[in-house]
Design a binder for this molecule. Structure first.
Ligand SMILES: [Zn+2]
Length: 572
């Protein structure tokens, strides 16, 4: 195997912070149209910003108040939602064809405008929340949430946000278009990884020159990004950029908590992962070359997940009927997978990558977990996504469906389960590693590319991931680090819960499914740790409980090993 495949599974967050009026009638609305029939709203972002400014000005001067002011704010919030959908459209279209720069520019511009508009709407809502006649609209929890959102934004940071977006755009352009030349032919990263005709030697040479160049270019961008982001945090009065980023994700734990978690995870789970190394390679070898055709496999996936959680039938059938997914193989497409939401049409969209390999079903099940959550419970995801919970929607479904792998993978289900467990542990460790790496990067007084590469190499060894050939330069290839900083730790926190669901599912499937369902249908504004406690899953920040999970998993892996040894007589 030339490299350890790592799927990019990202939940596209357009804007986490916006004032949104309550719309109970919209909760179950899903457009009847097909994806290709959806169009942009035609709203003008700059005009909307001007209108919102004017509205805020009139409320401040007392020219507009009470229900009339609220109605005007609701109209602006409606336009905000449309523009938000437009941004999601522009992004999806750009990902479908990265050579079309127009969509990219439109997305970048909307990204900055939405931030500005959202901030003006929050300011207006905070003013209105003080009016006694509107007390019904603004309970203590709503006001608290508005205050939290307000603390994340200020007109003063607008130039910094623009600069940040420009640098992120440069990184995105680099990922799509960087090439290296060899023997008169130009190679993109994707071409190098997917050309089966390359000999090992040719691959090594190309890979080496590509990685060196990518690392240098992306590293240069990152070295510019760090001070811009630190300046944003400092302008808003946060002690560190990590604290600001954690607040943007509405986390109910601090970067210090995450540091403690990282240490526990490293101690408890790194030995488990390295212990699985031999089994993983054996399983991957069995799976290598197996072809999973899209049509029939999709039907088998539906059967499995609906047998597990019957409520998933409706969003699945909707997704297929309205073609709210794309697995195209056009070379102009952005590699990777993500799910996003077109709020004004009430539909999610799954941008996938059907590799035909064994990882294709796993990736689709993951993304469909996000799709189903948006479709069934948009309210909980729209008004500030709690990533740590959102990744249980996906990772929880992924791990629970392992129990039904027979119907998806047939004879290969055992090998597929091994890879799934391996990736689960890998994700858990890597989630902590990337967070620790970023805490290092944003916490240094002065930073160089060499220092970053060295630190990444040191951490890879500390987390036991160096065994799998992690390249010390490969941190530059993790898009989250550029696009959505400090996202990764949510993969780790949610993975502990997903592993908890997997272990429970083997003992008591009904209870595990009931818990999964209650997480999927969580009320708005619920926090991560509080939710886990209320459904009876272990809080990963409680080291004792995390140790229980680690012990159960150790016993299970040992059992699987013994069973495998019985089957083959030589402990494969
Ligand atoms: Zn995800």
């Amino acid at each position: 195997m030339k490299r350890l495949a790592s799927l990019i599974m990202i939940l596209l967050l357009l804007t986490g912070c916006a004032y949104k009026k309550p719309e109970p009638d919209k909760a179950t609305f899903h457009t009847d149209r097909m994806f290709f029939e959806l169009t942009e709203s035609g709203e003008d972002a700059e005009l909307e910003i001007a209108r919102a400014r004017e509205l805020l000005f009139r409320i401040e001067r007392g020219e507009l108040n009470g229900e009339r002011a609220q109605a005007a704010l609701d109209a602006r919030a409606e336009a905000y939602e449309k523009l938000n959908s437009d941004a999601a459209f522009a992004y999806v279209r750009y990902c479908l064809d990265v050579t079309n720069g127009e969509n990219k520019q439109r997305y970048d511009a909307l990204f900055v405008s939405l931030n500005m508009l959202g901030s003006l709407l929050v300011d207006a809502a905070l003013l209105l929340s003080k009016e006694p006649s509107l007390a019904d609209r603004y309970d203590a929890e709503t006001v608290e949430q508005l205050r939290r959102q307000d603390a994340l934004n200020d007109p003063a940071i607008e130039p910094l946000l623009k600069r940040e977006r420009t640098l992120v755009g440069q990184y995105e352009a680099l990922s799509e278009s960087l090439t290296v030349e060899q023997n008169g032919r130009r190679w993109t990263g994707d071409m190098i990884l997917s050309d089966p005709t390359l000999t090992d030697e040719e691959f090594e040479m190309l890979y080496e020159s590509y990685m060196t160049l990518f690392n240098a270019e992306a590293g240069r961008i990152f070295l510019e990004l760090v001070p811009v982001r630190n300046a944003i945090a400092s302008a808003l009065g946060f002690g560190s950029y990590a604290e600001y980023a954690y607040a943007c994700y509405d986390r109910d734990y601090t970067p210090d908590d995450a540091a403690a978690l990282s240490e526990t995870v490293r101690e408890m789970f790194a030995p488990l992962l390295s212990g699985m190394c031999g089994e993983f390679y054996a399983a991957a070898a069995r799976l290598y070359g197996a072809v999973f055709e899209q049509g029939p496999t999709m039907e088998r996936i539906r059967e499995a997940i609906v047998a597990l959680v019957p409520e998933l039938a409706e969003p699945w059938d909707y997704m297929v009927k309205h073609q709210m997914y794309d697995f195209g193989s056009d070379p102009k497409r952005m590699p990777g997978c993500f799910t996003t939401y077109f709020a004004s049409y009430g539909t999610p969209f799954l941008f996938g990558e059907w590799t035909n390999g064994f990882d294709a079903p796993q990736a689709v099940i993951h993304e469909f977990g996000h799709f189903a959550a948006y479709w069934l419970n948009a309210a909980a995801l729209q008004n500030g996504v709690v990533l740590d919970l959102a990744e249980i929607d996906s990772q929880g479904l992924e791990l629970m469906s392992v129990l039904l792998y027979n119907s998806v993978y047939g004879d290969l289900s055992d090998a597929a389960e091994t890879t799934e467990l391996f990736y689960a542990l890998y994700t858990l460790l890597d989630g902590c590693l990337e967070d620790e790496f970023q805490r290092f990067a944003y916490g240094q007084k002065s930073l160089t590319l060499d220092a970053l590469n060295d630190e990444y190499e040191r951490l890879s060894a500390a987390y036991g991931l160096d065994t799998f050939g992690i390249d010390p330069r490969s941190w530059t290839q993790i898009p989250h680090t550029f696009q959505q900083p400090f996202y990764y730790v949510s993969y780790a926190t949610s993975m502990t819960a997903a592993l908890g669901l997997y272990l429970l599912c083997r003992e008591d499937k009904d209870t595990a499914v009931r818990i999964y369902r209650s997480i999927l249908m969580r009320p708005e504004n619920t926090c991560f740790r509080q939710t886990l406690r209320s459904v009876g899953l272990a809080d990963p920040f409680d080291a004792e409980r995390l140790l229980e999970t680690a012990k159960k998993l150790t016993a299970l892996l040992q059992n699987r090993r013994n069973e495998g040894a019985d089957e083959t007589g030589n402990g494969r």
